[in-house]
Design a protein around this ligand. Structure first.
Ligand code: AMP
Ligand code: MN
Ligand code: MN
Ligand code: MN
Length: 294
């Protein structure tokens, strides 16, 4: 019998997770989940493998992507795009553009680390990443392995996070452009982990959500590993008030973070979130037949 729980936010080796897409799907089965979304940063390279494995093991699957939008530090605004069409030409444009931003930034970080007498090369980082999406967690893993820091967190605090010795920002899309591109790719834009916006007060959060709604936002990630029970309540009420769908996910990254698949802040994610998400993507597709190459 299919279980009542899902996970709609996780990462694989296609970006900065440490398990392959198939391994993530098999872990979902171990955790007794009945559906999964893979939401790697800036890529859908893992989606085909995950979808095939999900079919093989008999759980439901929806493709996803997570992208960062322009937003003032120290906050971050991440948008999840669910149900994107892998064959959409805008999606190829989008991922190319996001990868170019990384390819521009990463060598700068490495050069800065080298100038600080850290022994590290782009070739090592590429080997660590194993795929096209190379992120700071890959650099952090090398710094830890070589003994420059004792933990991934310390690598970020000392070197890689804003204010760190080797921090560089990458080019990001405006929220407007990010939402427009997700919609053009046939996806549903969802605001990930609102707590990471580091808004000043509830009124500001509400304004941000309202502005995003005007741009086409479809949902809010209400359950996430960074949200406590009261935030889950608050974000759910906000979603209901604006008729946004509610999603939830652990933000599992494998060994890169102390997060278990299918569990976020001590709770599991209801199957209803997946069903509502699927229904919304279907409704959207029926309303606007695929507008690929214009
Ligand atoms: P990047 O995509 O290369 O800019 O790296 C961002 C990724 O690094 C995020 O998706 C997280 O997985 C991870 N990350 C960001 N900040 C931290 C932190 N303070 N400690 C550990 N991991 C972090
Ligand atoms: Mn990550
Ligand atoms: Mn995120
Ligand atoms: Mn994530």
């Amino acid at each position: 019998m299919s279980s009542g729980f899902v996970d709609l936010h996780c990462h694989s080796t296609a970006s900065d997770g440490t398990l392959s897409p198939s391994e993530v799907v098999r872990l979902a089965v171990d955790r007794d989940l009945s559906a999964l979304a893979l939401t790697d940063h800036d890529t859908i390279a893992g989606v085909a493998e995950a979808a095939a494995e999900a079919r093989r093991v008999g759980i439901d699957f929806i493709p996803g992507i997570e992208i960062s939008a322009e937003y003032p530090h120290p906050g971050t605004m991440h948008l999840l795009g669910y149900g994107v069409d892998p064959h959409n030409s805008t999606l190829a444009d989008l991922t190319r553009r996001l990868l170019a931003g990384r390819d521009d930034r990463n060598p700068r970080i490495i050069a800065k680390l080298q100038s600080l007498n850290v022994s590290i090369s782009m070739a090592e980082v590429e080997a660590e990443a194993g795929g096209k999406v190379i992120g700071r967690p890959h650099i952090a893993a090398i710094l830890m392995r070589k003994g420059y820091v004792n933990s991934i967190k310390q690598a970020f605090d000392k070197y890689l996070a804003p204010g760190g010795l080797a921090y560089y920002d990458k080019e990001r899309l405006s929220p407007k452009k990010a939402i427009a591109m997700i919609l053009e790719c046939g996806g549903l834009p969802v605001l990930a982990h609102p707590i990471q916006l580091r808004y000043q007060n509830d009124a500001q959060l509400e304004r941000i959500v309202k502005d995003l709604l005007d741009l086409g936002l479809a949902g809010i990630e209400v359950i996430h590993s960074d949200h406590d029970a009261s935030l889950v309540e608050q974000y759910s009420a906000l979603a209901d008030r604006f008729s946004l769908i509610k999603t939830g996910g652990s933000d599992f990254h494998g060994a890169n973070k102390q997060i278990d698949l299918g569990v976020a802040a001590g709770r599991r994610i209801p199957r209803k979130f997946f069903d509502d998400l699927m229904a919304a993507t279907q409704t959207r597709k029926a309303a606007s037949p695929m507008t690929n190459d214009k």
